[in-house]
Design a protein around this ligand. Structure first.
Ligand code: GDP
Length: 220
C-alpha cells in the first residue's frame, strides 16, 4: 500500500487503484443482496463488513462514510434489514452491511436463520479483510458483542470498534464511556473510535482505519 499527499487531499493506492480518502467519495453503488454464498458477488475487491445491534446506527454510519443520505436505508422499524447487502465504493472497495442482531421484536424463527447466514458469510468470504463492530455510546456492551469480538479474533479477522451516537453525550461523558466500553471488551481505549453520524465526528478516523484494514493491516 502506498500513501501520498496531493495538495490537501490524501489518496490510498490499493492494488492498481487510487481511492480518495475522507470526504472525497464520489461513487458508491448498491451491488446486490444475498442470503447465501452463491448469491455473493465475485470476491474481486477488498471487503469490509459492518455489524451491530439493530438501531445502533449502522446504516447512518455507512451513509455518512460515503456521503450519501440514503444509500443504506435507515429505518425506524429496527430489524427489518434481513439480507447481506453489498456496496461498491469508487469501484475499488467493497462494503457489506450485515443484518442487525439482538432486536427483541424479531421472531425467534427469523433470528435462528440470521446466525448461520452471518457466520457462513464471515467464515467463507475470501475477500473479507475485517469487520466494523458498531456500539452505542450509551450502552455497555454485552455477551453478544464480547462473543463476537472473541470469535473474530479466533478467525484472525481484523475488528474495528466504532462507538457511535457520540453527540448524545458531553465530551467528558464520551471519554468516560469510551474507557468503560474499552474495558468491557478488553481493548485499549485508543483502539475505540468515537463517531457521530449527526456531527460527523470521527469520520476521518473511521475511514483511515478501514483503509488500513482493507490494505491488509490486522490492527486497523
Ligand atoms: P441501524 O438499524 O443500525 O441501521 O440504525 P440507523 O442508522 O437506522 O439509526 C437508528 C436511529 O438512530 C435513527 O433514528 C438515526 O437517526 C439515529 N442515529 C444513528 N446514528 C446517530 C448518531 O450518530 N447520532 C444521533 N443523535 N442519532 C443517530
Amino acid at each position: 500500500m502506498l500513501f501520498f499527499v496531493f495538495s490537501t487531499v490524501r489518496y490510498f493506492v490499493m492494488k492498481d487503484r487510487i481511492l480518495p480518502v475522507f470526504t472525497h467519495i464520489t461513487s458508491a453503488e448498491f451491488v446486490t443482496s444475498a442470503v447465501k454464498p452463491s448469491q455473493y458477488p465475485p470476491p474481486e475487491f477488498p471487503e469490509i463488513a459492518f455489524s451491530g445491534r439493530s438501531n445502533v446506527g449502522k446504516s447512518s454510519l455507512i451513509n455518512a462514510l460515503v456521503n450519501r443520505r440514503n444509500l443504506v436505508k435507515t429505518s425506524r422499524t429496527p430489524g427489518r434489514t434481513q439480507l447481506i447487502n453489498f456496496f461498491l465504493i469508487e469501484g475499488a472497495l467493497s462494503l457489506v452491511d450485515l443484518p442487525g442482531y439482538g432486536y427483541a421484536r424479531v421472531p425467534a424463527a427469523v433470528k435462528k436463520k440470521w446466525g448461520p447466514m452471518i457466520e457462513t458469510y464471515l467464515s467463507t468470504r475470501s475477500s473479507l479483510k475485517g469487520v466494523v463492530l458498531i456500539m452505542d455510546i450509551r450502552r455497555t456492551p454485552g455477551t453478544e458483542e464480547l462473543n463476537f469480538i472473541d470469535w473474530l479474533d479466533r478467525e484472525h479477522l481484523a475488528s474495528l470498534l466504532v462507538v457511535t451516537k457520540a453527540d448524545k453525550l458531553s465530551k467528558a461523558q464520551q471519554n468516560n464511556q469510551r474507557r468503560v466500553i474499552a474495558q468491557t471488551v478488553r481493548r485499549r481505549t485508543e483502539d475505540l473510535i468515537l463517531f457521530s453520524a449527526k456531527t460527523k465526528q470521527g469520520k476521518a478516523s473511521v475511514w483511515q482505519a478501514i483503509q488500513r484494514i482493507a490494505a491488509g493491516d490486522k490492527n486497523g
